[in-house]
Design a protein around this ligand. Structure first.
Ligand code: NAD
Length: 469
């Protein structure tokens, strides 16, 4: 690993943004980015750019989020490298024309097929919590699809944003790929440009700004948003496994994970055993507590620290585990709170932090009713219980994705498209889905000259043709 010194955050000059975008548009029109060989070279260069900057990425994620090195490799660096490998292995196959399915014999002479066209020049706007994965993930898809792209990482993770810029600038074709760094003014300037797709990851409020702006020019969007994800533990679930898996789901990135459970509904019958297992597991994971451990992150900044703290302060619930906060370090302990009201601040807000509100319920039916009241379309659902119970949860609660008997495992399978539904987002990506999201599936037929006699019936004059048709 080559080590790199981190550089201070610097926004891209707003005045330079139109020419950066124009360059990418010109390059796209030149056809340069379309051949398979070009795409593969760029993807491989990105792979090695990441490898060569692993130290810097680890350091930057530590600086921005206190991210443990293991987590940076697991959820950022290796995630991206694996995605590149998966995509490069399969790209030639995905790019091939697909014959139209189920066509009548009479149409087969036209060779009806689906051609995979790159959408054009696309904008990728990343979020702060997984600053590498959520920026490079969509970028990998854009390159694979043959698009040119501008990446706007989150300024909320400033150190990582600068490393991403360095990697792109030293690895990729500068006429086709660029990084614009900055916050609202820079993103607003980017949104003034005409894009062929905007891929946005972040909160619902900004998601609506992006969608409205995109609608002005009928620009397609992929929106990867948040949601109030429920976990449900029936009385027949294994409290030990449920505690381990859901605790892990909240300790990664200090809970700053869009798909982690926002609240857990636990059957009253199993509640004491579940809470006991949470305590035992927490001690096992962090024998000296979370604060002293290098394996527990910090909240990204003061604004988010205060937001999460307020949720905790406003709650009428009873703290069962944790509760310590330290403003000087943006530290919030993994905190389990028992709440009895579905309107509690811990239930109605997305914590996006290490809070675990537990809502006791009488049965699975009640949990399903509550889940559907709190949010009709969460990003994730985590169902623990018998097969019949978890099937019922899956069938009766809508969500972007779901993991049965686990926390967000579905989010780590490269052949499963990742995305929300309804208010948790639209569109999906990852692996094949990343290629698809930046690709236009273009329907094409080719009519050979020799079929002219066979198709002549379509030409006027129509007199007498209806009877023969
Ligand atoms: P953020 O602060 O990193 O912002 C996201 C992006 O929006 C940034 O690049 C930022 O510069 C840009 N932005 C901010 N204000 C803007 C404005 N007024 N106009 C234009 N662009 C603007 O992230 P966030 O929004 O705080 O992210 C947290 C939310 O994102 C949570 O709700 C979380 O659930 C969601 N999220 C979803 C996913 C997913 O894959 N579905 C992943 C991560 C985070």
């Amino acid at each position: 690993m080559a080590s790199t010194k981190l550089v201070p955050f610097e926004s891209t000059a707003v005045e330079s943004i139109p020419s950066i975008v124009h360059q990418c548009q010109t390059t796209f029109r030149s056809q340069k980015t379309k051949p398979l060989s070009y795409r593969l070279v760029q993807l491989r260069k990105l792979y090695w750019g990441i490898v060569n900057n692993e130290d810097a990425l680890v350091e930057a994620c530590k600086q921005d989020l206190g991210k443990p090195t293991f987590e940076t490799f697991l959820t950022e660096i290796d995630w991206c490298k694996n995605d590149v490998v998966f995509v490069t292995k399969n790209l030639a196959k995905w790019m091939k024309d697909e014959p139209a399915p189920d066509i009548p014999l009479t149409n087969s002479m036209l060779r009806p097929r689906i051609k995979k066209d790159p959408l054009g020049t696309v904008l990728v706007i990343g979020a702060y919590n997984f600053p590498v994965q959520l920026s490079f993930g969509p970028l990998i898809g854009a390159i694979a699809a043959g698009c040119t792209a501008v990446l706007k990482p989150s300024e909320v993770s400033p150190a990582t944003a600068m490393v991403l810029k360095k990697i792109v600038e030293e690895s990729l074709d500068p006429s086709a790929y660029a990084v614009v760094n900055g916050g609202v003014p820079e993103t607003t300037a980017l949104l003034e440009e005409k894009w062929d797709k905007i891929f946005y990851t972040g909160g619902v409020v900004v998601g609506k700004i992006i969608a409205k702006k995109a609608a002005e020019t009928l620009t397609p969007v992929c929106l990867e948003l948040g949601g109030l994800n429920p976990a449900i533990i029936s009385k027949n679930a294994d409290p030990h496994l449920a505690a381990r898996r859901l605790l892990w789901g909240k300790l990664v990135n200090a809970g700053q994970v869009c798909i982690s459970q926002n609240y857990i509904m636990v059957d009253k019958e199993i509640l004491p055993a579940f809470v006991e297992q949470l305590k035992i597991t927490l001690k096992e994971f962090y024998p000296n507590g979370t604060k002293a451990s290098p394996d527990y992150g910090r909240i990204v900044n003061q604004r988010h620290f205060q937001r999460i703290k307020k949720m905790l302060d406003d709650s009428k619930g009873k703290i069962l585990i944790g509760g310590e906060v330290d403003e000087a370090e943006n530290f919030i302990d993994l905190t389990v709170v028992q709440v009895d009201d579905i309107n509690d601040s811990m239930i109605v807000n997305e914590s996006f932090g290490p809070l675990i509100p537990i809502l006791p319920v009488n049965d699975v039916e009640e949990a399903i009713r509550i889940a559907n009241t709190v949010h009709s379309t969460p990003l994730g659902l985590y169902a623990f219980g018998t097969k019949a119970e978890t099937n019922k949860m899956l069938n009766e609660i809508t969500s972007g994705g779901a993991s049965v008997n686990d926390a967000y495992f579905h989010g780590s399978i490269p052949t499963l498209a990742f995305g929300g539904v309804g208010e948790s987002g639209q569109g999906a990506y990852r692996g094949r889905a990343s290629f698809d999201t930046f690709t236009h599936r273009r329907s094409v037929t080719t009519t050979p000259g020799w079929v002219e006699k066979l198709i002549a019936i379509r030409y006027p004059p129509y007199a007498g043709k209806l009877a023969r048709y």
